[in-house]
Design a protein around this ligand. Structure first.
Ligand code: IPD
Length: 277
């Protein structure tokens, strides 16, 4: 069985590279942009085409597997994690960046069996960086082993977050309040790059100490959570408990100390769950 997941990982890598190529071509073409849950939750035709490419390729090879994809979910497919082998796919993470040709866009493919993540693949479409992780086998960037930052002192931390799609005054107050709380710790810095998966990959690489967000989705976390864990980091819920893929909340850090500190500072923003109908 373990070997067959290795084959799945191989296929995932090849599929992510092909999808990334499609993203690089599409970014130079005229984009048809529309919005989903809110006016700032963007989608383009490219998101849908890239997801179709990924899912049809994987489904042909693994017909019995299940698929959770950002655009399939937007089109009304159920977003529920069962014990079956399940692929969790974000065809274009950083759609707003993609729309503006801001070069931080990734393809993310995670794979879970019995609700446990087995591997993750994240491909940075513009600089060609490939992040991979397989449970029990480590995390890699272009084949080089990844290690998180071992910094325990939050006042020396570089912290990443993302804004999320809700922009009502209460949400913005809490979002900015959380950021103010961390900035006044003071931490070294806070960054927003516009792609949850690539931000999480910076934590896996040790280029940032931590990441937190309310409002992301299972396809933004799945692959990256495995990669960070395999790089030696911790990925938990904003309440301090174990990560819940469907909860739309995450705190990830190189060290437990920094993760715990962030958990204590955050005030919650309620986004509901991915697996709510
Ligand atoms: C989004 C981006 C964004 C983050 C959102 C994600 P998408 O993914 O990563 O930076 O704030 O929470 O859902 O829609 O571009 O795939």
């Amino acid at each position: 069985e373990a070997e067959s997941w290795a084959e799945c990982l191989d296929v995932a890598v090849r599929t992510a590279l092909r999808a990334g190529q499609m993203v690089r071509v599409s970014v130079m073409q005229e984009k048809r942009v529309s919005s989903k849950s809110t006016p700032t939750d963007l989608v383009t035709e490219a998101d849908q085409h890239v997801e179709e490419l990924i899912i049809s390729t994987l489904r042909e090879k693994f017909p019995s597997h299940r698929f959770i994809g950002e655009e399939s979910s937007a089109a009304g497919e159920k977003c529920v994690l069962t014990d079956n082998p399940t692929w969790i796919i974000d065809p274009i993470d950083g759609t707003c960046n993609f729309v503006h040709s801001f070069p931080m866009v990734a393809v993310s493919i995670g794979f879970a069996v019995k609700k446990q993540l087995e591997f993750g693949v994240i491909y940075h479409c513009f600089d060609g960086t490939l992040y991979t992780g397989r449970r029990g086998h480590g995390a890699f960037c272009n084949g080089v082993r990844l290690h998180v930052s071992k910094e325990k002192d939050v006042s020396k931390a570089l912290i990443l977050t993302e804004i999320g799609a809700k922009r009502d005054p209460h949400t913005l107050d809490v979002f900015l309040g959380n950021m103010k709380q961390l900035l006044s710790t003071p931490v070294h810095g806070v960054r927003i790059i516009g792609s949850s998966t690539l931000a999480l990959c910076q934590v896996a690489s040790g280029a940032a100490e931590a990441y937190y967000q309310y409002g992301l989705h299972c396809w933004d976390i799945a692959a990256a959570a495995l990669i960070i864990t395999e790089a030696g980091g911790c990925v938990i819920d904003t309440t301090g408990g174990p990560l819940d893929l469907m909860s739309r909340r995450v705190v990830a850090a190189g060290s437990q100390e920094i993760a715990d500190y962030i958990v204590q500072q955050l005030k919650p923003i309620s986004y509901g769950r991915d697996d709510d109908d």
